[in-house]
Design a protein around this ligand. Structure first.
Ligand code: PLP
Length: 381
């Protein structure tokens, strides 16, 4: 099956018991002992914290989309990431992440590493600094597109260096999705997602998922079982429903984001635009090499006049909503310096390039002309 067909169907055909074309939501917490026709991962169903049929349909769907042997779904993206750290960073392990990694992932690793007897190293971008460190790390966690400056790491080079060094490479594919990039095909060991974002796509569910080879998924499944971070069946159903249109939505998010980025690049009140699809982005050539069919749905830009001006623009948008998250049908805007990156020490935030005047727009699925018009009115002052 081609990628768009997988997005629609996943591994699902119909329910053999009822003929239902849509997957049922299995609510039972427990299952009767004895012979069962349905045995996820060859295990008998017994307790929903361990395995649930609706969750398993989602896992099969994501495994196919990402090109992994198996997948494990979690109650959130953070639960998936926590399990990868617990499962693959033991005593003496060095964990490597870029400085611009998702803030909660970084804080989690900072707090877990000393308890596990491991250490955390932050390096890059620039990516040559990151590559230099990658050969010495036991666990490398990197995102396909970073937030909020939308850097694109050279994943093909990273995976080569990590595998030569004997480490495990975990790629957070939340921003690119398997529609634009499949990290496992480039040699990543595990791919993780905040399925809250594009995979589910409707801003109505919090979920996470990891995909990869069966032996690695077994490790994550064990941690999920012990931590009790299984996804609920209703959430799994909503995520499954979202996946059916993933390919259409991601392309539209990308087209709209490009229109917004091109508009902003010519705007006199905007001093800089960050979008990997623009030749002005430092990682544009890597993005062209690795991403297929689009450059993502997020655009960041710096407003002339600093923090005050940026907050003023944010207060003036009408269609665009001031709210966190991305991959939602509605366009959302945040001011990273006072929200997502508020807890970073000032010097470090500025060193990363996250200035007071920076705004991040998670472009939605509206008509692009309406999004541009809203920004145009807000910037007009
Ligand atoms: N990874 C990335 C790149 C994210 O942006 C987020 C959340 O914003 C997460 C992981 C965490 O996912 P969740 O909020 O589903 O726990």
């Amino acid at each position: 099956m081609r990628r768009d067909t997988i997005s629609v169907h996943g591994d699902w055909t119909f329910d053999p018991y009822t003929g239902s074309l849509e997957p049922p939501i299995h609510v039972s917490a427990t299952y009767r002992f004895g012979e069962k026709p349905f045995t996820p991962r060859g295990r008998m169903l017994k307790y929903s914290r361990e395995d649930n049929p609706t969750v398993h349909y989602l896992e099969r769907h994501v495994a196919l989309l990402e090109g992994g042997e198996d997948a494990v779904a979690f109650s959130s993206g953070m639960a998936a990431i926590a399990s990868t750290i617990l499962g693959f960073a033991g005593r003496g392990a060095r964990i490597l992440m870029p400085r611009e990694v998702y803030g909660v992932t970084r804080i989690l690793a900072e707090r877990l590493a000393p308890r596990l007897g491991a250490s955390l190293k932050l390096a890059g971008p620039p990516w040559d600094e990151f590559l230099e460190e990658a050969s010495r790390a036991a666990l490398v966690i990197v995102e396909t597109i970073t937030n909020p400056l939308l850097h694109v790491p050279p994943l093909d080079e990273v995976s080569k260096v990590v595998s030569e060094g004997g480490g495990v490479l975990v790629v957070d594919n939340t921003f690119a999705t398997p529609v634009l990039l499949r990290p496992l095909e480039l040699g990543a060991d595990i791919v993780v997602h905040s399925a809250t974002k594009y995979l589910s796509g409707h801003n109505d569910v919090v979920a996470g998922v990891a995909a990869g080879p069966s032996d690695r998924m077994e490790v994550l499944w064990e941690w999920r079982k012990m931590l009790g971070s299984q996804l609920g069946p209703f959430e799994a159903y909503l995520a499954l429903r979202g996946l059916k249109t993933l390919h259409l939505r991601v392309r539209r998010h990308c087209e709209n984001a490009r229109a917004v980025a091109e508009y902003l690049e010519d705007h006199p009140r905007v001093s800089r635009v960050y979008y990997p699809g623009l030749p002005s982005h430092p990682d544009h050539s890597t993005a062209r090499r690795l991403l297929a069919g689009g450059y993502g749905g997020v655009v960041s830009f710096e407003v002339r006049g600093g923090g005050e001006e940026a907050l003023r623009v944010m207060s003036r948008v009408r269609l665009i909503r001031p709210a966190p998250s991305l991959g939602t049908p509605s366009t959302l805007i945040i001011h990273p310096a006072s929200s997502s990156h508020r807890d970073l020490p000032l010097a470090e935030r500025l060193r990363l390039g996250i200035t007071d005047g920076l705004l991040r727009v998670a472009v939605g699925l509206e008509d692009p002309e309406d999004i541009v018009e809203d920004l145009s009115k807000a910037l007009a002052g």
